[in-house]
Write a protein that binds this ligand. Structure first.
Ligand SMILES: NC(=O)c1ccc[n+]([C@@H]2O[C@H](COP(=O)([O-])OP(=O)(O)OC[C@H]3O[C@@H](n4cnc5c(N)ncnc54)[C@H](OP(=O)(O)O)[C@@H]3O)[C@@H](O)[C@H]2O)c1
Length: 302
């Protein structure tokens, strides 16, 4: 079944459109590209005021959705250390209000969290039985946001994601695009050899999460690209290798304001338990994505 068919079928099944938030972001744009526009009600900052949560709930209810997909988040990890209220308002308050609206409307709820929430207490990749001990303000708010969503919606589906890649060329926070431009004409660039995680395709996440919704699967799941996790250095090296770049990647430790865990790696243990350990290998998805960006650069002569 194609995703387009899925969406049509899903709308018929639930009897309403899909409310999508965060459509201008990396993950939201992946959903936007696979859900037919006519089926989507995209809600942006103009209507999602995290300081007027009753309005947010009412807006969702009025839309009579079949499914609410929340890709809106405050993802400024460094900035959250200085502005915790802003991160809390979006990652907890807004997330909870969207879930409440979905629940009152009788809609399914799909929300996203981060494998960074597990913290820094383990050397091996985390699974869902591991407790959350977030080390940054951002990850604290994401962890509390999970609770807010589950409290407001009995059957919410929450996916804890790895290092997301995807989006349009030049899009804000497009990590892969930024590395390709950074490497242009340079003999070497730097990346952190200590920090570990799972590069994860936004398109693969969007694809799988719609399948999970279709199967009425709910609860909390890690959802990361399959294959062995990588250090940031290995990840950046793979990006440049896929682009055929001669630029070398040297180990550099970046000083960050936010004490991000050096181990954000995870395994999709619960997805395997429900028969959906089907995330494609991240190197394969990354290779395809880099090729698309390189084709674009050639066409646009960037
Ligand atoms: N990127 C990663 O590596 C990563 C890793 C793990 C988990 N995640 C999770 O995956 C989800 C999607 O992340 P992403 O990478 O796609 O984020 P992103 O590219 O930073 O996009 C965030 C989206 O949220 C919107 N937003 C922010 N504040 C808002 C507000 N007050 N009201 C309404 N919309 C607001 C932004 O809108 P504007 O365009 O108006 O700013 C944007 O559309 C998030 O839950 C994130 O925590 C991401």
């Amino acid at each position: 079944m194609t995703l387009e068919n899925f969406c049509r079928k899903d709308i018929k099944k639930f009897g309403g459109p899909i409310v999508l938030t965060g459509a201008t972001g990396i993950l939201g744009s992946a959903f936007e590209s696979i859900i037919p526009a006519a089926s989507t009600i995209s809600l942006g900052r103009d209507v999602l005021d995290p300081h007027r949560l009753d309005n947010v709930v009412a807006t969702v209810v009025r839309a009579k959705p079949s499914l609410v997909i929340n890709c809106a988040a405050d993802t400024d990890v460094e900035g959250a250390e200085d502005a915790p209220e802003r991160a809390f308002a979006v990652n907890v308050g807004l997330a909870g209000a969207l879930a409440k609206g979905a629940s009152e409307a009788g809609a399914a709820m799909l929300h996203f969290s981060s494998t960074g929430c597990y913290g820094a207490w383990k050397k091996e990749p985390y699974d869902e039985s591991d407790i959350l001990r977030p080390t940054t303000v951002h990850h604290h708010t994401k962890a509390i946001g999970e609770e807010a969503v589950l409290k407001a919606h009995n059957n919410a589906l929450i996916l804890r994601l790895g290092w997301l890649f995807g989006g349009r060329p030049g899009q804000k926070k497009n990590f892969v695009w930024s590395r390709l431009l950074e490497a242009e004409g340079k003999p070497e660039i730097g990346a952190n050899p200590q920090q570990r995680g799972n590069p994860t395709s936004a398109n693969d996440v969007a694809d799988l999460s719609l399948r999970l919704v279709e199967e009425n699967i709910n609860g909390i799941f890690n959802c990361v690209g399959s294959g062995v996790f990588a250090s940031r250095l290995e990840y950046v090296s793979e990006i440049l290798k896929s682009a055929g770049s001669q630029t070398r990647v040297k180990p550099v430790e970046f000083i960050r304001k936010a004490p991000v865990s050096p181990n954000e790696a995870a395994v999709n243990k619960m997805l395997a338990a429900v028969g959906f350990d089907v995330m494609p290998p991240w190197r394969q998805s990354l290779g395809c994505y880099v090729q698309k960006l390189e084709d674009y650069r050639r066409r646009m002569m960037i």
